[in-house]
Each structure stands twice: as C-alpha cells, then as structure tokens.
Design a protein around this ligand. Structure first.
Ligand code: NAD
Ligand code: TYD
Length: 351
C-alpha cells in the first residue's frame, strides 16, 4: 500500500495504525517532506517494522517517480493524504494548493489507471461542503467551497470520482472533520493553543471565537478510512466525523483550564478572511458500514494534551524553524493590535 503524504499528521498515524492492525501488509510512505512532512512522525517504524515499512521521499506531482515507486514496490492500493492543508496558508499562497492538491491527485490517479486496477482512496475533508449554519451535511450535498484550500480539495474529490465513472478505477472518498491527536503540526488550532499555553504565550482567537468545528481523534478517522478502504462501496463518498461541535473560544478556555493556565492568555485577533462559520457532518452512511468511534471529545482532547505535554522534543524542534517565520507573518500584527479581555471567574464552562 502506498500512503501518499504519510509523513504528515494523519498519514503517519494511519501508517502506524495499519502496520499494527495488519501484520501481512507492506506500507510504503511516499512524501515530499514539505514544511508539514516530518520523519520524526514515523521515527519508531523503521525499527519496529523493518521488513514491512519503507519511506520514499517523493512528490505526487512527479508522475515518473510515482510510477517507478508503484512498480518497484508492487503497489496495489493507494491512500492519498498528500496535500497542502492549512486554510490560512492557502490565503497567502493558493498556487501550491492547486499544484499539490489538484494536479498531484491527478498524477496519482493517472498512475493507478496506468497500472490497472489499483485500489484508490482519496482522503478529503468536511470543508468541501462549505459552511452549514444549521443541520449537517450529507454526502450528496453540493460542494460550496469558500477557501483556496477547500476548493482544491473539492476539485481533487471530483477528479477522483471522475476516474471511477470514466475509467472504472476502484475509487472511494472519505470526508473527515477536524482531527486532533499526536503529531499535528502546531499551526492548526488545537496544537497551537496547547503549545502556546504550555509556553505562556497568547492564544489568538479569530473574530468573535464562535466558529464551530467538529473535532475527532485521529485514530477514529484512521479506523473510518480503513473501513471504507476494505468495505466501502466503490465510487462512493463517506463522511467521517466525531459529532463534537466546539467553538474556538470554548476550545481555548477548555485547554487553558486543563493546563491550569489563566484565561488572560486569550487574545481576540483580526478574523481569517471568509472563514466558514460552522461545519457539521451526518455520518449515518459510515456508521451503517459498522464504524464505531472509540473516543469522546473529552478523551480525545485529554489524549492530545497529554501527548503534547510528554513530547516537547517533537514540537519544540518545529517551533524553532520555518514555523517562526510563518507565525510572525500570520500573528505578529494581529497580536500587537489585540486587547487583553478580562473574563469573570465563572466564565469558561460553556462546553
Ligand atoms: P499535514 O499537512 O500534516 O500533512 C500533509 C503531508 O502531505 C505532509 O507530510 C507533506 O509533506 C505531504 N505532501 C504535501 N504535498 C505533497 C506532494 N506534492 N507530494 C508528496 N507529499 C506531499 O496534513 P494532515 O492534517 O495530515 O492531512 C492529511 C490529509 O487529510 C489532507 O489531504 C487533508 O486535506 C485531509 N484532512 C485533514 C483533516 C485535519 O483535520 N487535519 C481533516 C480532514 C481531512
Ligand atoms: P484550523 O485548525 O485552522 O482548522 P480549519 O481548517 O477547520 O479552519 O482552525 C479551527 C478553528 O479555530 C477555526 O474556526 C479557526 C479557529 N482558529 C482561531 O481562532 N485561531 C487560530 O489561530 C487558528 C489557527 C484557528
């Protein structure tokens, strides 16, 4: 199995999950190692699964390299996690999103077609539906993407589906909600808030902080992808979400409370442009396949917080490199303009 983008947050957790669950599987992690790709995410696998796991540094946009890798390792399934994934970065530089997420997916699909019936699974996101103010999205709802990130992911979904209908490629797609857990790059809100709180740095809240996301533990997402890969109907799309809707301000307060840090670290900053107000998924379809998430929001956030407390070596390295440049660009002016908000002691129990 080729796990494209497997040195990133979810892909690395997925590779680990699959190697532990299926002793007969051989996994090739294929990753370009962008700023978000990190061999530290895979560090124990070399030793633990020496004969079953290999890392190949490669770009999904490079058709020749993809083909060579498929041939060399006799790949019969591709799970595509490879993508540029951060909405804020897609507002700075949409080009790399279109290149990696659309053209890259196209190259992988072409390779799967070229070698015959390679099973292809595309990992997508709830963001392709756009915002939903009431109710939840179903798989057949229209795509109403509003950021370059979500637009590029929506385009990749449509391409993947088209290879099923046009060429009979055995394709499935999952659309996951926001993941949390080990190895998430600290630009995303949960690890950003946890690591900033641990360093007594401000927690930047966009706009009024009432933007709701559905958080799920990365391992539940991985088990959903595994289930669809093995039991999903070809050509179909499956939503995978935790049903845990949390607004950003409440998330910040919860994290601060759990870490015993003051609410005075909270800063309301200038909003992200065009931000989706709320995401919510109806997951009846994957539940009918037999998917049962193992984490509640409480156990998922506790596991995540403990991981970051116990793995400072992992995130401190990241926070000293390219990350700082991005952080300055994204937050410095915002934080300088922000005014400290005073919360009454009774506030903070809204979850
Ligand atoms: P991530 O940013 O942590 O990792 C992405 C990985 O893809 C990195 O290792 C990067 O090096 C690699 N990559 C990027 N471009 C590449 C290219 N051209 N060739 C090879 N590798 C390349 O992302 P993540 O959070 O692990 O997300 C993985 C996938 O899941 C993405 O497709 C994303 O859209 C989707 N998804 C993420 C979430 C979430 O909450 N993080 C939720 C739903 C869906
Ligand atoms: P994020 O982790 O970037 O994921 P998404 O792709 O779903 O937007 O952000 C999750 C939520 O947290 C979103 O509503 C925006 C909010 N947020 C902040 O308030 N401050 C921040 O610094 C970040 C990164 C996100």
């Amino acid at each position: 199995m080729l796990v494209a983008g497997g040195a990133g947050f979810i892909g690395a957790n997925f590779a680990r999950y699959m190697l532990a669950k299926y002793p007969d599987y051989r996994i090739v992690v294929y990753d370009k190692l962008t700023y978000a790709g990190n061999l530290d995410n895979l560090q124990d696998l070399d030793e633990k699964y020496a004969d079953k796991y290999v890392f190949v540094k490669g770009d999904i946009c490079n058709g020749e390299q993809v083909n060579d890798t498929i041939q060399q390792y006799e790949i019969d399934a591709i799970v595509n996690f490879a993508a540029e994934t951060h909405v804020d970065r897609s507002l700075f530089n949409p080009d790399v999103f279109v290149q990696n997420n659309v053209f890259g997916t196209h190259k992988l699909l072409e390779a799967a077609k070229l070698f015959g019936n390679i099973r292809f699974h595309q990992v997508s996101t709830d963001e392709v539906y756009g915002e939903v103010l009431r109710g939840s999205f179903h798989e057949d709802d229209p795509l109403e993407t509003r950021s370059p990130y979500s637009a590029s992911k929506g385009a990749a979904d449509l391409l993947a589906s088209s290879y099923y209908f046009s060429f009979g490629l055995p394709v499935t797609i999952t659309r996951g909600s926001n993941n949390i857990g080990p190895y998430q790059y600290p630009e995303k809100v949960v690890p950003l808030f946890i690591t900033n709180a641990l360093e007594n740095q401000p927690l930047p809240i966009y706009g009024d902080g009432k933007y709701a996301r559905d958080y799920q533990h990365v391992m539940d997402h991985c088990s959903g992808i595994d289930l669809v890969l093995h039991c999903g109907q070809l050509g179909e799309i499956y939503n995978v979400g935790g049903g845990n809707e949390v607004e950003a301000l409440n998330l910040a307060k919860l994290i601060l409370k759990k870490l015993n840090k003051p609410y005075s670290l909270i800063r309301f900053v200038e909003d992200r442009i065009g931000q989706d107000r709320r995401y919510s998924l109806n997951c009846a379809k994957i539940k009918n396949l037999g998917w049962v998430p193992q984490y509640t929001f409480e156990t998922a956030i506790d596991d995540t917080i403990h991981w970051y407390i116990n793995n400072e070596w992992w995130w401190r390295k990241i926070k000293s490199g390219e990350y700082l440049e991005y952080y300055e660009k994204q937050y410095r002016e915002r934080l300088d303009k922000a005014i400290e908000t005073v919360f009454s002691p009774s506030q903070g129990d809204e979850l």
